[in-house]
Structures are given as C-alpha cells and as structure tokens.
Design a protein around this ligand. Structure first.
Ligand SMILES: *Cc1c(COP(=O)(O)O)cnc(C)c1O
Length: 401
C-alpha cells in the first residue's frame, strides 16, 4: 500500500464532550450555580459529586477538586508538609507544571535521571535522595510510563521519602492491578482538554491522608464551607488546620465538574480504544528499521493517549528534516531534543529559573532521540498504517544526505 501524501485528520483533537455532559453544563448555566460553594447550599454540587465519584473509582478515602493538575501537585506538596527551601526530587522526563508546582511551594527541584524506557532511574533516585536530604519525590508517570512501583515504593519507604504521584497521563492506568495515584501519599490528576477527561481545565487530588486532604481543601479556597465537600476528612482534621491555612483560591469550577462527571463513565471504553490504537502503532512503528520503542513491563496496564519512540543514530540536522517531513504530511511529532522549549515540550535545561538548569546526562541522551505523537480518540484503526508509512518514508528521506 502506498503511503498517502498527507494524513487527513488532526492528531491534536481533544476527546469529544459527550451530549449528557453538554446537557449538564447547559442546565448549570441556566441556573447560574457555577461556583461550587454557597451559604444556602448542601454537599451536592457537581464539584463535590465528581470528587466522591472519583474517590470511589480509584478506591481513595478523599478527593479534592481544584482548577488544574499543576495546582493539585502544589497543594499535595504543601499538604504533605513541603516547606520553603526544601529539596523535592522529580524525574527529568516530565512537563513544565511539575517543576512549577515545586517552585510554587517555595521548594527547589532536584532532577533525577530516567532510563531509556522513560521511567525514573531508581539508583540515581537513591543517590540524590541521600545527597540532598530531600523528603519528597514528585513522581511523574510521564506520557503514561509507569516505573516498577513495588521497587520504587520499597525504596522510598526505606529512604523516608514521601511520594506524590503526577497522574496527568495515567487516569485509568494501573500497576499490578492497583490504580496509579494510590501508591504514594497522594495522586494528582488532570481534567485538561488533552488528557483522559476533557473538562477544559481542572485537577483532582486523591489521598487517604486526612491532614493532607483537609489542608488541600482549605488551601484550595473553600472558605469555611469545607463541609460542602462529600469526599472530605473528619471535623477534627479541619480543626487542626482551618486557622493555619491560607486561601490560595484554586477552586474547581462546577462547570468543569459537570463536564467531567459523565466522562468518568466513559473512561473504560476510552481506555479500550487508546490501548487498541497504541498497540497497532507500537507494532507498526516498532517494525521500522532504526526506531526503538520503550520496553513495557507486564505489570503495567497503561492508557496511552500518546506514543513515544526513539530514533537513535540520527544527527540533529537529519532529525529536523525528519520532523519537518512528517509535519508537512500531517503527522505532528514532538521532539524532546530541541534547543529551546516548544509547544507542550520542554526539558530541565530549558527551565532557567532553576538554580541548576541542566538535564542530567543520561536523561539528555535519552531525550535527544525521543519522539512523541498524540493519539486522539478519534484516530481510526486504519489510519495507524498510514501514519507508520509516512514515518518510515520520512525517516528514510531524512537519512539521505
Ligand atoms: C498536563 C500535565 C500536567 C499538568 O496538568 P494541568 O492540568 O495542565 O495543570 C502535569 N504533568 C504532566 C506530565 C502533564 O502532561
């Protein structure tokens, strides 16, 4: 089959907002109850119901909705006791809201190496935990790649490191049967349009830690209306923190919650479609000479809304020709080896606000070869072959001097 000249669909398309979500949002707009709290209201706001439903879905005691996953990570760090000047460990393959959340808490990111399989390097983690005295790891399951969570948690428990999980790419994903976000002290999820549930903006913190939950609810800006949260901890937990916690006004809007709730019910079906498209693309791209796909352990049940592959042995100029050739034919690849931050892609050496803005060396060589492509839910199964054909042809063309 000859490759098409150009892919006839938009790889950037967000997940569709279902009709029942549109109806729920429209009903809210008609009534005007867009803010989740009110002096005459109970605990049945869309925001409160979403929190209760999400807590039940992942098996967490508490869930706190906020305005973004970046805010969720900031509040989880704060609620876990991170203080200004602390060091917080994070893996070097992630997105800019992760170091942003650490800096927001007044702390300093310490970048840990990742392996060629795109997960945190546990030896480097142990080394840097010891060298820096950090008490927290903000672990990003970046692009859906889940580290060996049994080994990681055993290591962190031994080192006295509290783990906060960034699950922006792993809603619905599991390690050895357990949902991501349920290994560490807290898990943070995103409701931003390009993740698994499209509410425009929004974030969710899940935890079993009642002090962390109470602090996050108070700091998110609940005023003294925290009783309007269903998935909330005891009154005693609030009593310990309510007069000590500033209000940062990072609330979840009822409108976003109304859009998100019906989509939670679609997660399993979305996961099926994403896994199918990812498996097809992985088989096709993995068969192209010169392309390497990361190894995925068998304990990992991922929900890949994107695919990553390495192109070793391609010089920088050839890389630009390859990316440009694919782009001209509608196959938008992101590249983590670029000199400057671009679009949704950046690496530690782009974050010049850090005291040490460098990508650690092994991570730098992994990212220099790494390409990334979104998998929209609307991608037809048949289009996977066309994409692989375009990638193969453009790679061959880029290699010709
Ligand atoms: C999108 C994303 C976030 C942040 O989510 P927002 O809701 O946009 O703040 C965090 N981590 C990763 C890896 C992401 O891709």
């Amino acid at each position: 089959m000859a490759a098409p000249e150009r892919l006839a669909l938009d790889l950037g398309a967000p997940p569709e907002v279902p009709e029942d979500a549109v109806a729920a949002a429209t009903a809210l707009l008609r009534g005007g109850w867009l803010h989740r709290y009110g002096e005459t209201l109970g605990d049945a706001s869309d925001a409160s119901l979403l929190e209760a439903e999400f807590a039940a879905l992942v098996g967490a005691r508490y869930c706190v909705g906020v305005n973004s996953c970046g805010s969720a990570m900031f509040l989880a760090l704060l609620g876990s006791g991170v203080r200004p000047g602390d060091r917080v460990l994070m893996n070097g393959f992630t997105l800019s809201p992760v170091p942003g959340a650490i800096v927001h808490a007044g702390a300093e990111p310490v970048i840990v190496e990742v392996t060629p399989d795109l997960v945190i390097d546990l030896d480097d983690l142990a080394r840097k935990a010891a060298a820096t005295g950090a008490r927290h790891l903000l672990l990003s399951h970046m692009r859906g790649h889940i580290a060996d969570m049994d080994r990681l948690m055993a290591l962190c428990d031994g080192l006295g490191l509290a783990v906060i999980e960034d699950c922006a790419h792993t809603m619905g994903a599991r390690w050895a049967g357990r949902p991501t976000g349920r290994f560490g002290r807290a898990g943070c999820f995103s409701l931003q349009s390009y993740k698994h549930v499209n509410a425009g903006e929004g974030g969710l913190i899940v935890t079993d830690d009642e002090d962390l939950a109470a602090r996050a609810i108070l700091a998110s800006g609940s005023y003294m209306l925290y009783g309007q949260h269903r998935a909330r901890p005891s009154e005693e937990a609030f009593a310990r923190w309510k007069d000590l916690t500033p209000n940062f006004s990072l609330r979840l809007s009822n409108l976003a919650a109304a859009l998100a709730r019906p989509q939670l019910r679609l997660l399993a079906e979305r996961a099926r479609v994403w896994s199918d498209r990812h498996a097809r693309l992985a088989a096709l791209l993995g068969a192209i000479p010169g392309i390497r796909l990361p190894h995925r352990p068998q304990q990992e049940e991922h929900v890949q809304s994107s695919i990553q592959f390495a192109v070793p042995d391609l010089g920088e100029e050839a890389f630009h020709r390859f990316l440009g050739g694919c782009r001209a034919r509608g196959v938008f690849l992101k590249w983590f080896g670029g000199a400057a931050a671009e679009g949704y892609t950046s690496t530690p050496r782009h974050w010049h606000y850090l005291p040490d803005a460098r990508t650690p060396p092994r991570t730098a060589s992994v990212l220099a070869q790494l390409c990334d492509m979104r998998i929209p839910l609307s991608l037809p199964a048949e289009a996977c072959e066309a994409i692989a054909h375009i990638v193969a042809e453009e790679l061959e063309a880029a290699r010709r001097p």
